[in-house]
Design a binder for this molecule. Structure first.
Ligand code: SF4
Ligand code: SF4
Ligand code: SF4
Ligand code: FES
Length: 947
């Protein structure tokens, strides 16, 4: 007797405790109540023919192919929409059913081109398969007069085509766009034979479509088809791996022909994405083979010299001897390095190991410094762990979702779809953001409250929410008493209850109407399971760490940590920013967030690495740059990180870079930072190596090598060679051995191995004896630190003030189609959606300055000036302007300030006082940038680099 677990798309944890037993084709089966007959049959290994049904969407019952017979019932019901009932006796095949199914197929085929042999889907087409399954041999209705055969092909989307002549109007695409993606871009227009799929009456490119590919995946025919498959044919073999873009960490099946990727298919068993994807992971992988990639190591004596291609041995030898010369001349601490959140855990672990063991200092840092370091600090201080508390699926149980300083539909799209599904089911939504993001109002989702705060006032808002909770008796007293440090709680309660923290008192500072803030706080505290999701709009502030602690206070006070549907989840940016932090990329911590001054931990690493280690924290990125300007820091190894484009105050940064004597850049492309490098080591893309990434929910997922490294070495092998040349060999034969070492030395990873990951797919740390299959939700039953610690979160306005000279506030963010500094996505077709960064400005501010749509404007701060085109938008509130930072020429960080989070030094990217005026010429910085790029291109063509 079989028992089937309900596994509808996106509801993998639905618990159904009532079961029914029925008989299908004479065999008994027990399934959860509500399961369709079709799914029940699958449990017995019986595949009922189908076309309009597919796992990823709810059944629809339109094709009539899945008919069955049920004893005692008239007619032939569709098995995909008929629920199994206790005692039912079902037949899935009979001469009558076969006849009916052939008739249905005949109708479909009569309106379908018969070009199977030349069709790109040949051999991988459900229509073709089903015609075979039902035994269709002839079509009596003739092919003339068909309704779709002459339809035009829509090729507007850069990645897939829509060939309506092949459409059987099964509606799977429409339902995928609605149910899986939540965009509602498609409809069925017309009725009966005249019905067609429509992207809102436009072509796909001009429609609301966000190119996620869910419809392409759902289509059972070649109607919606990847252009790469049409061009190259279908894959011959496949490799399961993890997306290298954002912190959602979607699993993909890379379909390959030899060493060429033909398609990236989101993997159904991927636990972060459950078979969904966004445009970047699904389609934007062309950068990996872009001609701009540098495939030969290069060196040069001065940064004004042309590059010279050399062998790996010469490049590595040169870098090592330069680092040794510098240390001999300027001292042990005169060099350092940066690990990459684009690289694998194993690779970042090796870089920090090399710096601590071979450089002999702790001068290692990572890009998390400029994004989520306050998350680590704030959550560790209050709860005891430097990471989010929940797995993504937890959102399925959330009753209230509060999104603060995050724009998931653009930056974390697959999780946004998951969240929107829960919102369509009825969860309530609070958005705290200066800008009216898509989530505030999107098809079938409307925020209950949008709190459009002034940039820089997060802490005042969270304190005011806490004020409401405390003064209106909404604290979960038993929870706090049982789990939290009561002395700290009493102090905090007194602090937030002060009148100066009330919504009314802070309204003028925050710009948020007190009534809305009060109502939102009440909803959060009393609406059931309440979950907080947040992004860089929280962390990239001078009070980033304070705000993280403020959210933890609020969640603890209302009992919203340590259970499904609640918690605090940072939506982490880069694919492996969680992993790079976990692996010990900060100057003060070994892997697993253990301080270098802790003797026991340090001795553990000294014993394992067979070398004495320093007990004092090393330099952060900003300290390294300051020291370079001061003349005491002379060499840097940068693994896959474009700090010149991504870090604040470009002028200061480039001054420091130019002052160094040996900068080694390891990357796919000659990025902006490489302009200041003396050695360039060609890196490897995620397709070219084995390893692991850790996503925003602490999930460790495998990255699997699909092709050999194009430049000959994977990143982990390059670091090994450099370390060896420095006299500290690290002889690993495979990244799995590096993970074994991480597991031996890091208690939260003690149970992790490639064998486990290959067996179960992925696990969330902590993964050890106590939790052999990982920990989806943390702090159940008690906090990791023991008692939860409430922290006083005094609001202190940033020192970056608006004045008559700089009256506007600039804040920054991301867009769906581009990624971060754009190194990857700018080298794909994604540029059709976003080919330049623009400045969003409210109509009121634009009119005051005589600015029209698309005018070139100068954006000036105390630090510098850039120029970009204006977009007039009511998404902004008056007084606030916004831009993205995906294009290097924009130089957004030329204008950002040096202010940073008090605890972690995370730059305050989200608040810069600026003025905007119309202009006719490019800024000085942009002219300089153009000239630098021109020179780089010239040098590349002279040396043949990148060919
Ligand atoms: S495009 Fe594909 S999925 Fe959509 S209705 Fe046509 S055949 Fe079905
Ligand atoms: S690609 Fe995604 S957004 Fe576009 S129509 Fe298909 S499902 Fe909808
Ligand atoms: S949501 Fe993030 S991880 Fe998933 S496919 Fe898109 S970019 Fe990749
Ligand atoms: S698969 Fe059931 S009606 Fe189409």
């Amino acid at each position: 007797m079989a028992l089937i677990q309900e596994t509808d798309y996106g509801t993998p944890f639905r618990i159904i405790d009532t079961t029914v037993t029925l008989e299908i084709d004479g065999r008994p089966v027990t399934v959860p109540a509500g399961t369709s007959i079709m799914r029940a049959a699958v449990g017995l290994g019986i595949q009922v023919p189908k076309l309009c049904a597919t796992d990823s969407v709810e059944p629809f019952g339109s094709c009539r192919l899945c008919l069955v017979e049920i004893d005692g019932r008239r007619g032939t019901p569709a098995s995909c929409t008929t629920p199994a009932e206790a005692g039912m006796k079902v037949r899935t095949s009979s001469p009558k059913l076969s006849r009916m199914r052939r008739g249905v197929m005949e109708l479909y085929i009569s309106d379908h081109p018969l070009d199977c042999l030349t069709c790109a889907a040949n051999g991988n087409c459900e229509l073709q398969d089903m015609a075979g399954v039902v035994g269709l041999r002839e079509v009596r209705y003739g092919y003339e007069g068909a309704n779709h055969l002459k339809s035009e092909k829509d090729q507007s989307n850069p990645y897939f085509t829509f060939d309506a002549s092949k459409c059987i109007v099964c509606s799977r695409c429409v339902r995928a766009c609605e149910e899986v993606q939540g965009t509602f871009a498609l409809t069925i227009q017309g009725r009966g034979f005249a019905s067609v799929v429509s992207a809102g009456g436009k072509n796909f490119l001009e429609s609301e479509c966000v190119s996620c590919g869910a419809c392409v995946q759902a289509c059972p025919t070649a109607t919606l088809m990847e252009k790469s498959v049409i061009e190259k044919g279908q894959g011959e073999h496949s490799v399961i791996t993890t997306c290298a873009y954002c912190g959602v960490g979607c699993t993909f099946k890379a379909e390959m022909q030899g060493n060429e990727v033909v398609r990236m298919l989101p993997y159904k068993d991927g636990m972060a994405n459950h078979g969904h994807s966004c445009v970047k992971g699904r389609f934007s992988w062309g950068y990996a083979t872009h001609p701009d990639r540098i495939l030969k190591p290069m060196i040069r004596a001065k940064i004004t010299d042309p590059w010279r291609e050399v062998t790996w041995e010469e490049a590595i030898g040169h870098a090592a001897s330069e680092f040794q010369r510098i240390q001999a001349e300027y001292g042990r601490d005169s060099i350092g390095g940066i690990t990459s959140s684009r690289c694998t855990d194993e690779e970042t672990y090796l870089v920090q190991k090399m710096i601590r063991a071979a450089f002999g200092n702790n001068n290692v840092d990572t890009c998390a410094r400029v994004c989520h370091s306050p998350t680590g600090y704030g959550l560790k201080t209050t709860l005891g762990t430097s990471a989010g508390t929940q797995h993504f699926d937890s959102v399925e149980q959330a009753d209230v979702i509060m999104v603060i300083g995050a724009n998931p539909t653009d930056a974390h799209p697959v999780f946004a779809s998951h969240m929107k599904r829960r919102l369509r089911e009825g969860a309530r939504l609070i958005v705290v953001d200066p800008r009216r993001t898509d989530l505030v109002r999107t098809p079938h989702v409307k925020a209950d409250y949008h709190l459009p705060l002034r940039p820089g006032t997060n802490v005042a808002v969270i304190n005011a929410m806490a004020h409401v909770v405390v003064t209106e008796g909404l604290v979960d007293e038993p929870y706090v008493k049982e789990r939290c440090d009561m002395a700290a709680f009493d102090g905090w309660r007194k602090f937030v209850a002060e009148e100066r923290n009330s919504p009314e008192a802070v309204e003028e500072i925050t710009g948020v109407p007190a009534g809305d803030l009060r109502a939102a706080a009440r909803l959060y505290a009393t609406g059931g399971n309440a979950a907080i999701y947040y992004g860089l709009g929280v962390t990239e502030h001078s009070q980033g760490s304070t705000m993280v602690m403020g959210m933890a206070n609020l969640a603890m006070a209302t009992g919203n940590i340590g259970k499904l549907g609640a918690g605090i989840s940072p939506l982490r940016g880069q694919n492996n920013v969680q992993g790079s932090c976990d692996m010990g990329s900060f100057p003060h911590e070994f892997s697993g967030y253990r301080h270098v001054s802790d003797d026991a931990t340090r001795h553990l690493f000294e014993a394992a690495w067979q070398v004495p280690l320093q007990g004092d924290p090393g330099l952060r990125i900003s300290n390294m740059i300051d020291a370079a300007i001061d003349g005491t820091f002379k060499g840097m190894y940068i693994q896959g990180e474009d700090i010149v484009q991504s870090d604040p105050n470009t002028k200061h940064l480039t001054k420091g870079m130019a002052a160094m004597e040996c900068v080694v850049v390891q990357d796919l492309f000659l990025n902006e930072t490489a302009s200041y490098a003396h050695v360039f080591l060609p890196g490897s893309s995620f397709l070219e190596k084995d390893g692991t990434f850790i996503n925003a929910e602490r999930r460790i997922g495998r990255v699997r090598k699909a092709i050999p490294p194009k430049a000959g070495l994977a990143d982990w092998e390059i670091t090994m060679k450099l370390s060896e040349a420095l006299g500290y060999p690290m002889p690993y034969k495979h990244p799995s051995e590096i993970m074994d070492e991480i597991a031996r030395l890091t208690p939260t990873f003690a149970g992790v191995s490639y064998e486990l990951l290959d067996r179960v797919g992925s696990v969330q740390w902590p993964c050890n004896e106590k939790a052999p299959l990982g920990t989806p939700v943390m702090h159940i039953g008690g906090f990791v630190r023991g008692k939860g610690r409430f922290m006083i979160t005094e609001f202190i306005p940033t020192d970056e003030r608006t004045t008559d000279r700089f009256p506007l506030v600039l804040t920054t963010g991301r867009i769906l189609s581009q990624y971060n500094v754009g190194a990857q996505t700018r080298r794909t077709e994604n540029n059709v959606w976003h080919h330049e960064d623009v400045l969003e400005i409210h109509p009121f501010d634009a009119e005051n300055r005589g600015i029209n749509e698309n005018d070139l404007v100068a954006l000036t701060s105390r630090e510098g000036e850039i120029t970009l085109h204006a977009r007039i938008s009511e998404r902004m509130q008056p007084g606030v302007v916004y831009t993205t930072f995906h294009h290097a020429i924009t130089g957004a960080n030329v204008v950002t300030t040096e202010f940073s989070d008090w605890a972690t030094g995370c730059p305050e990217y989200k608040v810069t006082a600026v003025q905007v005026r119309p202009t006719k010429k490019l800024s000085e910085w942009q002219q300089h940038y153009r000239e630098t790029r021109r020179r780089t291109t010239q040098i590349m063509s002279e040396t043949g680099a990148g060919d």
